[in-house]
Design a protein around this ligand. Structure first.
Ligand code: PAF
Length: 282
């Protein structure tokens, strides 16, 4: 695997690849790779000729009281996993390489409305940081296709909107959520959970499945269904931030006419903020 920390050297390699008319797949990550990320690499390998994974813990998407310093940095084992998976290229730049030395004067990219609801309400500025780094990585790598996990469904929709609004010629592919045997969606933040907390966390997916089943059987009392799930989670020691039944395309509250539905949840379990969702059509 070719590994770069500098954009100029990465570009020389990618110019070579593009001159051979090979397609480039981009898998942006913050490292601490797990089976969910490996699925992204697999999807990229299946669809493109040359796969670039980026590992960059992006300070711009962490709030002042969030876990930037504690975020797990496991570059050596990440490199082993990427090599084993046949990833072609790793770009793992420093903060200075990406943002220079003046982080606070950075130009931002911002997707209005979608960035302000759900996780955006609880984590102000988070999605501005995500949109900004994603655009930067798109400009550096110039991929044909970029791959994102559907666990971060709000992020996925924000990036799709970014592509449309800024007229970028990049295909965005969503890759299905990977789960452990209990149903818990894989996330780097699961590492902070003890055994008991993992059991509580698994209830997130169970609630999503149960609510989805009620809706699929014709229950359209969405507000009551949301409240029942919130009460059930709270009863199990999970602290829900939101549990919302939405239109899967614009994340507006679901109406009785909507056919494409997503149920989104975010909750604190022990020290971790976890998110999950299920999507289905009626
Ligand atoms: O989903 C993530 O891991 C991050 O938000 C991303 C897209 C790599 C941007 O830092």
């Amino acid at each position: 695997m070719n590994t770069y920390t500098e954009k100029s050297k990465l570009r020389v390699q990618l110019n070579n690849i593009q001159s051979m008319s090979k397609s480039i797949g981009l898998v942006p990550t913050m490292g601490n790779l797990h089976a969910g990320h490996i699925e992204l690499i697999k999807a990229a390998k299946a669809k493109t000729d040359y796969v670039v994974c980026t590992i960059f813990v992006n300070p711009l998407q962490f709030g002042a009281h969030e876990d930037l310093d504690a975020y797990p940095r496991t570059l050596d084992s990440d490199i082993q996993k990427l090599t084993a998976e046949g990833c072609d290229c790793l770009f793992a730049p420093s903060v200075i390489e990406i943002y220079g030395s003046d982080l606070k004067d950075q130009t931002f990219v911002r997707v209005p409305r979608l960035s302000e609801i759900f996780c955006g309400r609880s984590r102000p500025g988070h999605f501005d940081g995500v949109a900004t780094i994603v655009i930067k990585l798109f400009n550096i790598v110039r991929p044909d296709v970029a791959f994102f996990g559907l666990k971060d469904y709000q992020q996925f929709l924000i990036i799709k909107k970014l592509i449309i609004d800024l007229a970028l010629d990049i295909e965005i592919t969503g890759v299905e959520i990977q789960r452990d045997d209990s149903g818990l969606a894989l996330s780097s933040r699961n590492n902070y959970l003890n055994t008991e907390q993992k059991i509580s966390a698994a209830l997130l997916y169970q609630c999503l499945l149960d609510t989805a089943e009620e809706i699929q059987h014709g229950d359209q009392k969405f507000v009551e269904l949301e409240q029942a799930a919130i009460d059930r989670l709270a009863h199990a020691g999970v602290r829900p931030d939101y549990y919302s039944i939405c239109n899967a395309e614009d994340l507006q509250p679901a109406s009785k006419l909507d056919r494409k539905i997503v149920i989104l949840v975010a909750a604190d379990v022990g020290p971790s903020r976890l998110i999950d969702n299920v999507r289905f059509e009626l």
